[in-house]
Design a binder for this molecule. Structure first.
Ligand code: AMP
Length: 461
């Protein structure tokens, strides 16, 4: 099936071709015709499946007709984080370049002036995080009764962040006759309830979880002594063919410490976590996207859903507490047909977390011993090899680091700091579904007073 078979306009097809996409992904094939027919939709799909374009593309055509009215957005997209909201806006820019649609972003922590100005003129597309939207609504700066199309994206993440009451509230402000599209990676009962209450006769589609089906990702568990994690990581970064890597840690303090430690070892590394101001996060992400640096140390919420092309490796420096975080984390690599590798460090304290990951993904993951260089040698080279890695001969480590993070000259490198012997015991995570407030790393409340990138506040043509 081609994009042309889905009923999209010629202008849109041109923009899609120019974006380099030839065939629609399964979620796009199933969602686009229904959205164009104005049906409500529940799509169980994760980032990495092409789900953003599954709603952005038909929305551009649906909104191509009709006119804006002051303070009355014609459509509303709710996103859990500022980064995801900005990413959706980028999608509208990319695919909507031959349409004259206007757009505004309402995201927490950004000064409101430009956003309010854009809204007052009237916009076709409003992309918002729930908190900021409610804030402006309550101040009378925005009217939602002209909004005929609502997208609730990453609904399960919204649940985790405590946004469901806001979303329910927002739904009641929109016309009852609107079209509603709900995207979620999973369907826990509160999301099912939300859908039953606010969607009418929806079409439901489900696409496979990337983690269980993405054969492009080689997944390996690296058994490691907690005190040796940094050594093993450094060896893997040096020995495996790392082009670009995202390294996930469970705590912001670990993110900071590890990024600094890697920098001291001469790696081109940076950090992104929820304590950083939005402008700083965007700056570091841009450096990573441009290749200025090739290692990004990240916390879960800060990196959630980020669409960064060509990430060759994901490292879980800490095994994630929640199995769905594992799925999201490793989904940063192996995107859009490329291959990738995901190494997860496992200490004796992580047995339960790993059991849950294997249960969720339906896979038994290959284990290797992480003692530095030997870990890199033992790592399987492909997903197929991973299946039989236990019996495999170790392959020679590839030493080519043409594109990998170069180490600074050994003589100039500062002496590595001794690892701290005593570490804090692992904190047990709060049960995920009970979190009522945005989580520790939540980034919808921090302050950002810096300038906004152009596309965040202006219309696009
Ligand atoms: P998403 O699931 O929306 O996070 O998208 C995942 C990635 O797939 C993004 O890099 C998109 O640019 C890319 N993508 C979206 N649609 C297609 C397509 N039809 N063909 C190839 N790549 C796509």
């Amino acid at each position: 099936m081609s994009f042309a078979d889905l009923g999209l306009s010629d202008e849109l097809l041109r923009a899609i071709t120019e974006a380099g996409y030839s065939d629609p992904t399964p979620v796009q094939q199933q969602a686009i015709p229904s959205v164009l027919m104005m049906r409500d939709l529940i799509a169980i799909a994760q980032t990495g499946t092409g789900k953003t374009a599954a709603f952005v593309l038909p929305m551009i055509d649906v909104l191509g007709h009709g006119r804006t009215r002051a303070r009355m957005p014609r459509s509303l997209i709710l996103e859990p984080t500022r980064e995801l909201a900005a990413q959706v806006a980028e999608n509208f820019e990319k695919y909507g370049k031959y349409h004259k649609l206007s757009m505004a972003l309402l995201i927490g922590g950004v000064q409101m002036g430009d956003q309010v100005k854009a809204l007052e003129k009237g916009v076709d597309v409003l992309i918002a995080t729930p908190g900021r939207l409610m804030d402006l609504f309550e101040r009378g700066k925005i009217l939602l009764n002209g909004c005929d199309l609502l997208v609730i994206d990453e609904a399960d993440r919204m649940l985790d962040m405590g946004f469901i009451p806001d979303i329910e509230n927002i739904c009641t402000k929109l016309p009852a006759s609107r079209q509603t599209l709900l995207f979620s990676a999973t369907m826990p009962p509160p999301i099912k309830k939300l859908a039953d209450k606010f969607l009418s006769n929806p079409k439901t589609i489900e696409v496979a979880r990337p983690a269980s089906t993405n054969v492009n990702i080689t997944q390996v568990l690296v058994e490691v002594d907690a005190r040796k994690k940094k050594d093993v990581l450094r060896d893997l970064l040096n020995a495996d063919d790392v082009n670009t890597a995202i390294i996930f840690c469970n705590r912001k303090t670990t993110v900071r410490e590890l990024a600094q430690s890697l920098q001291r070892s001469g790696f081109r590394a940076t950090e992104i976590h929820g304590d950083m101001e939005q402008s700083a996060r965007i700056k570091e992400l841009d450096r990573f996207k441009s290749g200025d640096i090739n290692i990004l140390v990240a916390s879960d919420v800060a990196a959630r859903g980020l669409d960064i092309k060509g990430v060759s490796h994901v490292f879980n420096f800490d095994a994630p507490w929640h199995p769905d975080d594992y799925v999201h984390r490793i989904g940063r690599t192996g995107r859009a047909g490329a291959t990738g590798k995901a190494f997860t460090f496992v200490t004796s304290a992580d047995a339960e977390a790993i059991e849950n990951i294997e249960k969720l993904t339906g896979q038994t993951l290959t284990r290797i011993k992480g003692s530095g260089e030997s870990a890199a040698k033992a790592a399987p080279s492909s997903p197929e090899a991973a299946d039989v890695a236990a019996d495999d001969q170790p392959r020679p480590a590839r030493r080519s680091r043409a594109k990998a993070a170069p180490k600074v000259e050994e003589a100039k490198a500062p002496a590595p700091k001794p690892e701290r012997a005593a570490r804090k015991p692992q904190e047990k995570p709060a049960p995920r579904r009970e979190v009522a407030k945005p989580s520790e790393d939540s980034n919808d409340t921090g302050g950002w007073n810096g300038p906004m990138p152009d596309f965040l506040s202006h219309g696009f043509n």
